[in-house]
Write a protein that binds this ligand. Structure first.
Ligand code: 6PG
Length: 243
């Protein structure tokens, strides 16, 4: 198990470090003649990263034809709605980058959740290499909510950390909104997981998780932290202020 924590003064610097990781990984996979299978999360933190990737410095230096975009989770809404994770990624990056359409595997939030969860799970099994009976991503980008959720695995749905099928239906505990999410075994099967976490509101949670405090067992993000082959935290100073 390899664990690394990188702390930056500003959120922009955190995004830059993850953008560099994505570029390095894409170039490395291109040299190996292989795809770079990347799963991205939604939320406000990745938006800054995607906007940076759309800037010339990255847009023109990443071999986008190598990168295959998958989603960690998706709200069960059409891609045109503001809450759509795909919609956010399209607005911030995909409409500008040169990612071939055949490399974009969005979760179809507009479909019936019970049908889409099966379609997306089967697609992951078909498109990705397998290890330990689960699909393998090269890199999964995760965030963490103020309640310790990650992907769309919420503290009141911890069983999703153990579901064998690569995707499952989750329900937001406050809004009741249905979501499609990667499940724990597939997340924990990735070659690398990078948490991109900014902001003071995450500081105490991060301390509990990284210090393996008893309360951390209630947080899905802690389960991923504890069960990963190679995990990296990319944090701004505010998020790391309690470490
Ligand atoms: C989602 C995300 C979710 C996100 C966290 C953190 O669909 O909302 O996948 O897991 O990573 O909620 O969100 P912020 O980056 O906005 O803090």
């Amino acid at each position: 198990m390899k664990r690394e924590t990188q702390i930056f003064d500003l959120p922009e610097q955190t995004a830059e470090a993850v953008a560099d990781l994505i570029r390095e990984t894409a170039l490395s996979r291109q040299q190996q003649g292989k795809h770079f299978n990347l799963a991205v999360s939604g939320g406000s933190t990745p938006r800054q990263l995607f906007q940076l990737l759309a800037d010339e410095e990255y847009r023109n230096t990443i071999p986008w034809e190598t990168v295959r975009f998958f989603w960690v989770d998706e709200r069960c809404v059409p891609p045109t709605q503001a809450e759509s994770n795909f919609g956010m990624t399209w607005d911030a990056l995909l409409q500008y980058a040169f990612v071939p359409a055949e490399n974009v595997f969005r979760i179809k939030g507009e479909e019936v959740p019970e049908d889409e969860v099966q379609r997306y799970g089967k697609l992951l099994i078909a498109k990705l290499p397998s290890r330990n009976g689960h699909p393998v991503f090269d890199l999964i980008l995760l965030g963490m909510g103020d309640d310790g959720h990650t992907a769309s695995i919420f503290p009141d749905q911890m069983y999703l950390l153990e579901v064998d099928h690569p995707a499952a239906i989750a329900v937001h505990p406050v809004s009741g909104q249905k979501r499609i999410t990667l499940t724990g075994p597939t997340i924990c099967n990735a070659d690398k997981v990078a948490f991109l976490i900014n902001g003071q509101s995450k500081a105490d949670l991060l301390r509990e998780i990284i210090n393996d405090e008893p309360s951390a067992q209630n947080y899905p993000a802690a389960h991923v932290y504890g069960h990963r082959r190679h995990i990296a935290f990319y944090l701004d100073k505010a998020a790391a202020s309690a470490l």
